[in-house]
Design a protein around this ligand. Sequence first.
Ligand code: BDP
Length: 722
Amino acid sequence: MKFFHKVYCCFLICMLVFAAEANANDGYDLWLQYNYIQNTDLQSEYNTLINGIQPIGDSETIKVAEKELLLGLSKMLGNDTQLYLGNESGNNLLYFGSESNLDKKILSQLKKECAQIQKDGFVIKQIQVDNKNHIVITGKTDIGVLYGVFRLLRELQTHKSIKGINIVDSPKVDVRMLNHWDNLDRTVERGYAGFSLWDWHRLPDYIDSRYVDYARANASIGINGTALTNVNANALILTPQYLEKVKALAAVFRPYGLKVYLTARFSAPIEIGGLKTADPLDPEVKQWWREKTAEIYKSIPDFGGYLVKANSEGQPGPQNYGRNHVDGANMLADAVAPFGGIVMWRAFVYSEHDPTDRAKQAYSEFVPYDGQFRDNVLIQVKNGAIDFQPREPFHPMFGAMPKTPLMMEFQITQEYLGFSTHLVYLPKLYEEVFEADTYRRGKGSTVAKVIDGSLHNKKITGVAGVTNIGNDRNWTGHHFLQANWYGFGRLAWNPHLDSKDIAEEWIRMTFSNNDNFVEQIKKMMNDSRETVVNYMNPYGLHHIFDTGHHYGPGPWVGNLPRPEWNPTYYHKADENGIGFNRTKTGSNAIAQYAPEVAAMYNNISTTPEKDLLWFHHVSWNHKLKNGMTLWDGMALKYQQGVDEVETMINTWNSMESLVDQQRFKEVQMLLNIQLKEAKWWRDACLLYFQQFSKKELPEGVEKASKTLEEFQAMKFPFAPGR
Ligand code: BDP
């Protein structure tokens, strides 16, 4: 009896361990889960069409493509990897290699498709040669082939039929890059997912396997560049001691087509070069940058170039020497030009010495320079004119510099969107920006066309995203925020994609192909962006975050030395109403848009209500389109935001049986934090603004849980990301 009892206990423990393991998924594998495909029809289709794999070429890139195929196919189809290597029949092979290496017979079947490929694009096509069926993945470059391999794997991951497959796809943007705001001490500015991935201390000798997985993940979505260091730059990264470490990272990333870029501190010639000046017109300074750049290219021949924040928020720049942005950018551009490098010069500038509306300053400073930058300079512009708010109208610079390539800068990290604790699906925001119409060449001149270069025929194009990645096991601190990295990459590849389709791909690859799960979670993700706007910044409110760390509400902050650092500067609430008058009677920022757009925003009745308080100072009694007063409408939006988080929680809870326990619980806990914080936003903002509106809360808005004074007294000296 005792013996049986023991055996039974052992059995139970084994079962529990097994169940726990089956339910443990820490999210490390991102969207590359390669879950076993249960559907028997699909299993047999895939197994019939792919009997073996045949790499063409032997570059490092082709080798990693092969490795990825073996991993993906064996996991999804439950086969031993040997099966794919030892195929003798010669039928149903998967060929992958660049066009120039393909057999003539195979190539002749792909002529039409190959003619359509651009840049690092690819073809995936089922063909017949000598009565045998094959699938071929090819491109002009091996990197294109690798992208095609990831695309084929995605077709399987999302349970698409590959019978008669014929896909041609090319990136619409040249430079698709992540910007890491990572410091050399491994803290991450505005990072909420742990510390920096880059272990500078142990580099170059210790290569964390995570560097490989980082490169793989990026390649899987077409990201081809990474700026390793913070835009608030440290010149030390350009010293030999650090360049050796950068070289080691570049070597890991190279097979995946991921180029390394560095942020260049403008005063580096003084700080590490021993010069007396960093004046961009000084011959010695020019020489210093030329030599430094040559030194970098000597060890990293495919180095991408420099990303520069100059004369912005206290960073040094050409203006310190009475020079301008053109002088600074062109000096660096000349240094990288011989090696094919580029300079990404940021337009995020505003000054305490400039009394004009902060929203106008970047345009005022940069647009007059159109046509004066070197060909290898891209001006990197944030999506909106202030700073990565939950919602901003598109930046007026887009479309306004026809002779200069403008590069998009999005924030993937959620500095102003609840850090890594709030589930917000950002591709929805990116899509809204891309779809905005600048009217610079008539109707249909969307921001997407500015960025992909088609509006003004640009020779070089780019999109950058300030990343949300850290060394947290799940990379982004929240399982769902992996979707923002994923979606950013997909939209950088093609800014015309639909964010809903991207969400669906991601859900299927990351969680499940269960249709009910996909539909409900897609809706949840899709709605989440408007939800955060509702509980933080409805009707065009902006920058009412608590000081410095930007965690939580701080609409009352008005005592900071620089006026434009104060939330009160942005909302301008008083007894008459709320909002920033940027029309002709106010700061006239609207004049920076094309006449059609300016006319729309200048008139309160044609301004979309989502942007109302961005452009107008509006009376509390203003009648909204739904018939409510602004005060009632605003209060109810805050409440709606909270209610929507409750709906998200209900949706998620109803999906428990379809998700592994670990990710289910982690997301559940985070959603509960989000709800708590949504209520905090609602209560604190409404109590504060109520002092001006002097109106009761409309029916349906819950009573605040604390007094305004209590909210104002909340302090967070150790909020992350600073
Ligand atoms: C702001 C951030 C700050 C960045 C700056 C920038 O608060 O940390 O350095 O943007 O983009 O959003 O340069």
